[in-house]
Ligand binder design. Structure first.
Ligand code: ADP
Ligand code: MG
Length: 250
C-alpha cells in the first residue's frame, strides 16, 4: 500500500529525513516510534505531499505521490490532482484540526460533498453511520468546542473515514489528551485495525503498539534505525538507541 524509497528532506541546512525506505502492506498497522525531532511528522507529511521530498519517491496504492512520470522524468502534479490524491489518504492530527465554526455533522459532510461530489443526503447518511461507529451519534448537532478532547479526536477520525481513504495516517493522536481520554481514542483506532484498515500511527503509546501493530518502526535523527514485529523491536531491540528510547518511555 505504501512504498517509500530513498526519501530525503531538508529544512535549510538541517537534513530531517536521511534516506527513508518503508513498506506498508494492505491491512497492516505500522507504528512509528522515535524521539521528538527524529522526523516522524515530516515523514507522515511527505506521504500526502504536505512536504515535498528533496530526493526519493513515494507511492501509495500504486500511485506516485505528487508527481507524474513521463518517460524517465518526473513532473509535479497540479494542485487539483494533489488534492485528489490526498482524498485517498486520511490524516488525523495531534490537535484534531476540526472546523470550529461547523457542527460535527457538517465537519463530516463538507469534504465528501466538495471533494467527492456526494449529494448532501448521501454525505449525511455516511456521516451518521460513522458517528455511530465512533460512539458519537448523539453529538451530530454539537460544535467542536462543546466536546471533550477525546470526543473531538473521535470526530476527527470519523471525518477522515468519510472520504473512504485507502490509508490512514495518525500523528500522535492521543498526545494532546488528558490521560483518562486516551483509551476511548485508542479503542476506535484498535477497532479500525481489526477491520483491516491500513494505518501508520505515530505514537508513544507502547502498550497500544504492542497490541495493535503488525510492524514497529523506530526512527532516530532522520533514519529508520530498527524495524520489526512488536516483540522484536519492543522486547529484543538490537540497537542501543532503540533501547535507550524505550527505557525512557516504558
Ligand atoms: P518529530 O515529529 O519526530 O518530532 P518532526 O518531523 O516534526 O519530528 O521534525 C524533525 C525536525 O525538523 C525538527 O528538528 C524540526 O524542528 C524540523 N522541522 C520540521 N518542520 C520544519 C519546517 N517546516 N521548517 C523547518 N524545520 C522544520
Ligand atoms: Mg511530530
Amino acid at each position: 500500500m505504501v512504498e517509500v524509497r530513498g526519501v530525503h528532506k531538508r529544512f535549510g541546512s538541517h537534513e530531517v529525513l536521511r534516506g527513508i525506505d518503508l513498506d506498508v502492506y494492505p491491512g497492516e498497522v505500522t507504528v512509528v516510534l522515535g524521539p521528538s525531532g527524529s522526523g516522524k511528522s515530516t515523514l507522515l507529511r511527505t506521504l500526502n505531499h504536505l512536504e515535498k521530498v528533496d530526493r526519493g519517491q513515494i507511492s501509495v496504492d500504486g500511485g506516485l505521490i505528487g508527481y507524474r512520470r513521463v518517460g524517465d522524468r518526473l513532473y509535479e502534479l497540479r494542485e487539483r490532482e494533489i488534492l485528489r490524491q490526498r482524498t485517498r489518504i486520511g490524516f488525523v492530527f495531534q490537535n484534531f484540526h476540526l472546523f470550529p465554526h461547523l457542527t460535527v455533522l457538517d465537519n463530516l459532510t463538507e469534504a465528501p460533498v466538495s471533494a467527492l461530489g456526494l449529494s448532501r443526503a448521501e454525505a449525511v447518511a455516511r456521516a451518521d453511520r460513522l458517528l455511530e461507529r465512533v460512539g458519537l451519534a448523539d453529538k451530530r448537532r454539537a460544535y467542536p468546542r462543546q466536546l471533550s478532547g477525546g470526543q473531538q479526536q473521535r470526530v476527527a477520525i470519523a471525518r477522515a473515514l468519510a472520504l473512504e481513504p485507502r490509508l490512514l495516517l495518525f500523528d500522535e493522536p492521543t498526545s494532546a489528551l488528558d490521560p483518562e481520554l486516551v483509551g476511548e481514542v485508542l479503542d476506535v483506532i484498535r477497532d479500525l485495525a481489526e477491520q483491516g484498515t491500513t494505518m501508520i500511527v505515530v505514537t508513544h503509546e507502547i502498550g497500544f503498539a504492542r497490541e495493535v501493530a503488525d510492524t514497529v518502526v523506530f526512527m532516530d535523527e532522520g533514519r529508520i534505525v530498527e524495524r520489526g514485529t512488536p516483540a522484536e523491536v519492543l522486547d529484543r531491540p538490537r540497537h542501543e538507541r532503540t533501547r535507550a528510547f524505550l527505557s525512557k518511555v516504558l
